[in-house]
Design a protein. Structure first.
Length: 182
């Protein structure tokens, strides 16, 4: 799946990301959220910049992840001015320096990345467990994945364990995919 996503051209990534972000920011999920956690995209991931900009325009609090140690991360509030002070973290991904307010327990919506998603609501990340660990410890928020349509497995299921946390919705350029969570 990662190879498939990595084969998308930059133009395809930007075009599809724009569609995904427009669908998400027009949704009731976005409308009703006050404090949103969102990843800072890198590589061939769905871009998130337009979501962040929409949060600023709509006076919503936006938080981005910071790696704490080998198993955990926290989300810290950023504003338009702090966007320029983000630093490259452990995996070369921009993150706050930790001086910003932590809002992990206050978020009402979290947008998660993934390499693949299945129709049972499982997601495949990069295997480090950061998002699953975070969700197990801070699970009172709505969680939405964003991905390209090619990342949705429609005919098979992802391997998973008791530690994997299901998510109820994924937004792609085709729209929302909702999953029944048991």
């Amino acid at each position: 799946m990662l190879a498939k996503r990595d084969c998308l051209t930059e133009l395809e990534i930007l075009s599809k990301s724009k569609q995904i972000q427009e669908i998400f920011t027009a949704s009731s999920f976005f409308e009703e959220a006050n404090i949103l956690g969102v990843y800072l995209s890198h590589g061939s991931e769905v871009r998130t910049q337009k979501i962040i900009e929409a949060c600023f325009r709509n006076m919503k609090t936006i938080a981005v992840p910071r790696i704490i140690d080998s198993e955990s991360m926290s989300f810290h509030e950023i504003d338009e001015y702090r966007m320029n002070s983000l630093l490259k973290g452990k995996f070369g991904i921009l993150e706050p320096n930790g001086a910003e307010s932590e809002v992990s327990k206050s978020m009402d919506l979290l947008i998660v990345p993934g390499i693949a998603f299945d129709l049972q609501g499982y997601r495949l990340g990069h295997g480090m467990g950061y998002y699953d660990n975070f969700l197990r410890n801070n699970g009172q928020m709505t969680v939405i994945g964003i991905a390209f349509e090619i990342q949705i497995l429609k005919t098979r299921f992802l391997p998973h364990s008791k530690y994997d946390v299901k998510i109820g919705n994924v937004v792609t350029e085709s729209g929302f995919h909702s999953f029944k969570l048991d």
